[in-house]
Design a protein around this ligand. Structure first.
Ligand code: AMP
Length: 222
């Protein structure tokens, strides 16, 4: 299976992508994680990326596509879940062309649709591990020990771009850019919308059922 997850910041793309990868043996590709690793580099490109991410704006397509091309080439031969990419119509068309060069197509694009009121609540409690990048929520998905990562014992932090003003910019940017992306995948017959306002488990039950259907099992071929 080759899947892409769409949805506003806070929709649970990273959490559901990790579950899909565990259950179906796919590779998880998070454009946000890749960019956060790039922004730590003390290069002019790293500084540029930092400015975009920390202010909640998209990294421009040209820069984004340059960074992910190699990564995509390495995962496209196997099944994967794209989390956070594509985010613009030109990224989507570039992805289609790129996969076509490898005689591949996407199997399904999952649109995680969330009620705006639910989104703000999710952000208020979101915490991340600065070491392994695992994501938690103080109420909805707490770590075993308060404020401490289950995987490596690091102290959890609030991501700079999870601050309220930046979150507003990120959600507005998503709303302004997502419609052509949804139209593109709807026309391609690839779009499947799921109500992602419920709990992680509620959303997962719906996704697992959809991905277990016979039409998905046959999708390992191009
Ligand atoms: P995320 O962790 O997916 O919410 O991404 C965090 C930030 O990384 C976003 O707010 C953008 O600034 C940047 N970003 C991630 N993926 C993309 C993308 N496909 N195109 C442009 N910017 C991106």
């Amino acid at each position: 299976m080759r899947l892409a997850l769409l949805g506003p910041p806070g929709a649970g793309k990273g959490t559901q992508a990790a579950r899909i990868c565990d259950a179906f043996g796919l590779l998880h590709f998070s454009s946000g994680d890749l960019l956060r690793a790039e922004k730590l580099k003390k290069t002019p490109e790293g500084q540029k990326i930092r400015d975009y991410i920390d202010s909640g704006r998209f990294v421009p397509d040209e820069l984004m596509l340059g960074i992910i091309r190699n990564k995509l080439a390495s995962i496209a031969k196997q099944g994967f879940v794209l989390d956070g990419f594509p985010r613009t119509l030109s990224q989507a068309t570039a992805l289609t062309e790129f996969l076509a060069e490898m005689n591949r197509t996407l199997s399904l694009v999952i649109d995680l649709a969330v009620d705006p009121a639910v989104l703000s609540r999710r952000f208020e409690g979101r915490r991340v591990c600065p070491v392994c990048l695992s994501v938690y929520h103080v109420d909805l998905m707490p770590p075993q020990r308060e404020g401490i990562c289950d995987h490596d014992g690091a102290r959890l932090v609030i991501r700079p771009d999870d601050m309220p003003a930046v979150v507003r910019t990120r959600i507005d940017t998503y709303r302004q850019t997502v419609t052509p992306l949804l139209d593109y995948y709807r026309q391609a017959g690839l779009l499947w919308k799921v109500d992602a306002s419920g709990s992680v488990d509620d959303v997962w039950v719906q996704i697992e059922a959809r991905l277990s259907q016979p039409d998905m099992r046959g999708s390992s071929a191009a």
